[in-house]
Write a protein that binds this ligand. Structure first.
Ligand SMILES: [Zn+2]
Length: 222
């Protein structure tokens, strides 16, 4: 299994109680939504799910694995534990708690576009292909490095914001991801051209750098 992020999936650990609770849930008809009648077991499963989410957020620097929207401090109403092979399909249920099949996504990408779709899976029946990035038409949240395919440029200041996406690679995965998650809908630029330069440029070195990138991006789009 190739792993494109750190900390490595191979280094993820649950404590004994959490691992036991996951094993029990995996035997249930609906593993992910299983709630144990035993309060300690239920608490252990909840703890395992929290650890899984925190780990995946760390791997993606608190960004959505699909659109790179900010999830830092976003909390449960904006953040989803994402099952890449959808947990609602019987074939993929066994991967409900499998780390390479999990990620952290924003509600928009998960609920609005991803849902229970498996249209992005090339071979949906041969389980030996499920851990191969080439078996996924979009940028896989664990096997592919998002920044090798796309770049999200974003800057905000004084109530104004610029958001854009650029293709870093000609790989069809970049275009597929852009289309599948309708990233074009997120593109915006409300900066006033005259006001922008002095205000942001004065704030910091980073501010100047971001401004320069945003301006370059804006010019390329024009
Ligand atoms: Zn997203």
């Amino acid at each position: 299994m190739p792993d494109a992020y750190v900390p490595l999936l191979a280094d993820f650990v649950l404590d004994a109680g959490e691992a036991a609770a996951v094993a029990i849930a995996n035997n249930a008809a609906d593993p992910w939504n299983f709630v144990s009648a035993d309060p300690a077991e239920a608490a252990a499963l909840k703890s395992a799910k929290a650890k899984i989410l925190a780990y995946h957020l760390q791997r993606h620097s608190d960004h959505c694995c699909y659109c790179r929207g900010n999830l830092h401090g976003a909390g449960p109403y904006m953040t989803d534990r994402e099952h890449i092979l959808p947990k609602g399909k019987p074939t993929f249920k066994p991967y409900s708690y499998t780390m390479w099949n999990l990620a952290a996504a924003c509600k928009r990408c998960n609920m609005q576009f991803k849902g229970q779709s498996d249209a992005f899976v090339v071979n949906k029946t041969d389980a030996t292909k499920f851990q191969d990035g080439a078996n996924y038409l979009f940028v896989h949240p664990n096997f592919d490095r998002w920044e090798d395919f796309l770049d999200r440029i974003e800057a905000a200041k004084g109530g104004k914001r610029v958001v854009g996406f650029e293709f870093v690679s000609n790989d069809p995965k970049a275009q597929y991801t852009h289309t599948f998650f309708k990233l074009q809908e997120l593109v915006m630029d409300t900066f006033d051209k005259q006001q922008r330069a002095p205000t942001i440029a004065q704030t910091s070195e980073l501010g100047r750098e971001v401004l320069k990138l945003a301006e370059q991006h804006r010019q390329r789009r024009a």
